[in-house]
Design a protein around this ligand. Structure first.
Ligand SMILES: NC(=O)c1ccc[n+]([C@@H]2O[C@H](COP(=O)([O-])OP(=O)(O)OC[C@H]3O[C@@H](n4cnc5c(N)ncnc54)[C@H](OP(=O)(O)O)[C@@H]3O)[C@@H](O)[C@H]2O)c1
Length: 295
């Protein structure tokens, strides 16, 4: 059976990639820094202890491996981390890498994470290992960052200028990754991945209203009004710059187009916002008022 190494396996997308590969009864090993946490998060799965900063651990983890799912955390070490895996995979004779990238990845981008992905993609294209590049749009799970605020105020603030976003459910990214790891015919391809439709934040608010049973209203902000929500909010500078930049891309219409790749590759339609808001309704729902404290 084809041996697959999953990196970033304890990550948000990575954990779903592990589950999707298990659903296909694939032969997987996961590269993890902390085996105890990984066991709790992922259950019964073969572990390869390792760290992107430890080349020896990558060599050991990649021995005998044929295919790799490549994903690392965003941050200033991202390019070093992912290129270390690519180089070690080439040395180990790996036959396929499926890289989680991002729509708008570009080595010349002014947005840090898009620039890092662009640099890693370039490195991957120069490497001898055949590759599939997955470039998802804005994740629906990003909405969880403002879930507590929505639950307490009923307001969904965003600087989108009313522009639509073809946001995607990370479970669909993971299922697409699993198929491109297992099936032939995808190497050399770069896929922009989106949800089934481009929706505005007013549409998201309506879906949250339905799912929570409490009214949620979207409030559009200008980029300037939104700036304090990113900068000076305890976020690292690169992340504040990246998040502000992503909303700039949204306002420029950069996420307004859908693609059919999720359905074409997985064989099922991409999940829409209603499925996401139903599954995560609790996070956006106002806390129950204790009896006797009404009015
Ligand atoms: N949010 C969006 O809208 C969006 C859109 C498009 C693309 N993306 C991309 O999606 C990716 C995020 O994927 P994700 O959510 O699955 O990742 P994530 O939740 O950020 O997880 C990062 C993973 O990297 C692992 N890791 C970090 N440092 C490591 C090291 N030194 N050695 C080994 N492993 C290490 C972490 O393991 P530990 O458990 O040990 O920390 C974790 O498994 C990013 O590349 C981002 O740019 C995001």
């Amino acid at each position: 059976m084809t041996r697959i190494l999953v990196t970033g396996a304890t990550g948000a997308v990575g954990a779903h990639v592990v589950r999707a590969l298990q659903d296909h009864s694939a032969d997987i090993t996961v590269l993890v820094r902390d085996p105890a946490t990984a066991k709790t998060r992922l259950g019964d799965v073969r572990l390869a202890p390792g760290d992107f900063d430890d080349p020896g651990s990558l060599r050991r983890a990649l021995s005998g491996v044929e295919r790799v799912y490549l994903s690392a955390a965003d941050g200033p070490r991202k390019v070093a981390h992912e290129t270390a895996v690519i180089d070690a995979a080439a040395e180990a004779g790996v036959q396929r890498i499926v890289k989680l990238s991002a729509m708008h990845a570009d080595p010349a981008s002014t947005l840090p994470a898009y620039r890092w992905h662009g640099e890693i993609e370039e490195h991957l294209r120069r490497s001898p290992v055949p590759a599939v590049i997955l470039r998802p749009a804005f994740f629906m799970t990003n909405l969880l960052m403002v879930a507590a605020g929505v639950a307490s105020t009923g307001l969904l603030h965003a600087p989108t200028d009313g522009r639509p976003v073809a946001m995607i459910d990370i479970r669909d990214i993971a299922e697409t990754a699993a198929v491109t790891l297992l099936a032939d015919g995808h190497t050399g391809r770069t896929y922009d991945l989106t949800g089934p439709s481009a929706i505005t934040f007013a549409d998201v608010a309506a879906a949250l209203t339905d799912a929570t049973g409490s009214p949620v209203r979207s409030v559009d902000l200008t980029g300037e009004q939104a700036r304090p929500r990113f900068e000076g909010n305890g976020l690292p500078d690169w992340l504040a710059a990246h998040l502000a930049g992503v909303f700039g891309v949204i306002r420029a219409g950069g996420f307004a187009t859908t693609t059919g790749h999720v359905e074409a590759i997985t064989g099922h339609p991409a999940r829409g916002i209603a499925a996401f808001t139903r599954d995560f309704a609790a996070a956006f729902t106002p806390p129950a008022v204790p009896a006797g404290q009404h009015g």
